[in-house]
Design a protein around this ligand. Structure first.
Ligand SMILES: C[S@@+](CC[C@H](N)C(=O)[O-])C[C@H]1O[C@@H](n2cnc3c(N)ncnc32)[C@H](O)[C@@H]1O
Length: 303
């Protein structure tokens, strides 16, 4: 794991853990109940994999079968989990997207001339990176190889998929030494659009590996991030999450899975969803996340 990325994930984890958790009770109850159900339903004779295991704030490890492996690229995640749950689980620290090393190399090549090391003018570097990003096709090869070798019966994705784009953004900002994004939301931002497209390709590649695993899938992810000081509600389940939001007129909403619909993508295969729920998570004052939790029975394809 490259140093800037490891440092970045550690910082993100610390920021996550040191936030004010006072309004998180309902979210934590719901996410622990959902992931706990997945762990209890897992076949204890087969390996179980927890992706984005983090510090275990959301994962009830006491319910995990003995052969459960955590996966998180934050170098401290396993220690945090051990401290919280008194369990030293087997762990994988690799990048789940398989694309962050290439992304980092592309940003470095854009920010400075590879032959001289001289930094490019900021506008030039931004255009260069926006032009390079479409050629990057993240491949979660480490995840695919682990699944092929261990054949897990159950895979939990614990709030990590919505982080792929956030981590990529932070990486780009860190290597640029500041924000390269357009400050005016009404102006076109080719770099932001190219990074959104990268995030979408990354999430599709990740879900494709999960879908081909043949395992039962329990997936929790940020479906949307809503910025508002006003009241916000969530109506009964609608296939389109945007139609579930109440009081959402004129809100600033960001989509961590740019334009991707997880149910449609996985539902296009023979997989059968048997759980689908969404709830609001007041992460910080003025910032609420729409969390989506969906579970799919095994297609048997990779079993
Ligand atoms: C919102 S936190 C999830 C919290 C975790 N479920 C818990 O119970 O503490 C997202 C986690 O995903 C990890 N992560 C983000 N991007 C990753 C990547 N590309 N590969 C592996 N882990 C990643 C972060 O290190 C972080 O621990």
């Amino acid at each position: 794991m490259s140093t800037p990325l490891a440092r970045l994930l550690r910082q993100e984890q610390l920021a996550f853990l040191t936030r004010d958790h006072s309004a998180w009770g309902e979210h934590l109850d719901q996410v622990r109940a959902f992931l706990g159900e997945g762990l209890q339903a897992a076949d204890p004779a087969r390996p179980v994999l927890v992706l984005g295991a983090g510090s275990g704030l959301e994962v009830p490890w006491a319910l995990a079968p003995p052969d459960t492996t955590g996966w998180d690229a934050d170098p401290w995640s396993r220690c945090w989990t051990a401290l919280r749950h008194r369990r030293w689980a087997p762990w994988v620290f690799a990048d789940l997207t398989g694309g962050l090393a290439d992304l980092e190399a592309a940003v470095r090549r854009s920010v400075a001339e590879p032959w001289s090391g001289r930094r490019r003018v900021r506008e030039q570097a931004i255009l260069r990176l926006a032009g390079l990003l479409p050629s990057l096709h993240p491949d979660p090869a480490a995840l695919r190889a682990w699944i092929a070798a261990r054949r897990p019966g159950t895979i939990l994705s614990a709030n990590v998929m919505g982080q792929f784009g956030v981590v990529a953004e932070r990486l780009v900002e860190a290597l640029f030494g500041g924000s390269p994004w357009s400050p005016d939301p009404d102006l076109a931002d080719p770099l932001a659009e190219a990074l959104d497209a990268w995030t979408r390709r990354t999430a599709v590649a990740f879900l494709t590996v999960l879908q081909e695993s043949g395992a039962d899938l329990w997936l929790v992810h940020d479906r949307a991030v809503v910025f508002t000081q006003g009241p916000l509600g969530l109506g009964p389940w609608e296939d389109r999450w945007t139609q579930q939001l109440k009081g959402a007129e004129g809100l600033e909403i960001s989509d961590p899975l740019p334009g991707l619909d997880v149910m449609t993508l996985l539902g296009e295969t023979e997989r059968i969803p048997f759980r689908a729920q969404r709830w609001l998570w007041p992460v910080a004052p003025g910032q609420q996340h729409v969390v989506e939790a969906v579970a799919f029975h095994s297609s048997g394809a990779g079993a």
